[in-house]
Design a protein around this ligand. Structure first.
Ligand code: ZN
Length: 187
């Protein structure tokens, strides 16, 4: 074992979210084998998601850590005032086992692509296998918005950004223009 592989996941944590153009975002992430090791990292990710980013999901590699961990929790926010809410999910080693044929288009943003929103097709429902911090393995079906969020975050863990999923390049807007022209909200 060389020194690089002995590096703990926590040693990789960055203060700033890793943004598009940083080659790290397209690198492969690693399976988690030690749940105890990643528990504080999961806490940090939840805290960042809720308090700092106020978003729906975060993948570990977005804060610099090459581990297969995602956190997801749908809340209404300024950008998505009508979306349904969800419980908090902390998924270790998530794997999408199957996808519905049916696709849905909807708007997505990403902390790694600041101030942009785009219309992205996603599978309407998915079956996901993942482990929780207590070591229990889950196999669960997710639909609609939370399925979209999980697909977005698993893509991150596979080194894929949502811009790579855009089918209609005319459906890319700035955050401000999304609020003004799509939500039709006064700024
Ligand atoms: Zn993202």
């Amino acid at each position: 074992m060389n020194s690089a592989t002995q590096k703990k996941f926590a040693d990789y944590i960055r203060d700033e979210v890793v943004t598009i153009g940083d080659p790290f975002l397209s690198e492969a992430t690693r399976q988690v084998t030690n749940l105890e090791e990643v528990a504080p990292l999961c806490d940090l990710m939840v805290k960042k998601l809720r308090e700092e980013l106020k978003g729906a999901g975060l993948a570990a590699n977005q804060i610099g850590v090459p581990a297969r961990i995602l956190v997801a929790e749908l809340r209404k926010n300024e950008l998505f005032p009508t979306r349904p809410e969800s419980p908090l999910y902390i998924m270790i080693n998530p794997e999408i086992l199957s996808y519905s044929d049916e696709m849905i288009d909807d708007w997505e943003g990403c902390f790694s692509i600041p101030n942009m929103v785009a219309l992205i097709p996603r599978h309407k429902s998915i079956v996901v296998k993942y482990i929780t911090l207590d070591g229990v393995e889950h196999k669960e079906t997710f639909s609609e918005h939370i399925a979209r969020t999980i697909q977005h975050e698993v893509d991150h863990l596979d080194g894929i950004l949502y811009f790579e999923r855009i089918k209609d390049l005319s459906k890319i807007v700035t955050r401000d223009n999304f609020m003004k022209y799509v939500l039709k909200k006064d700024l």
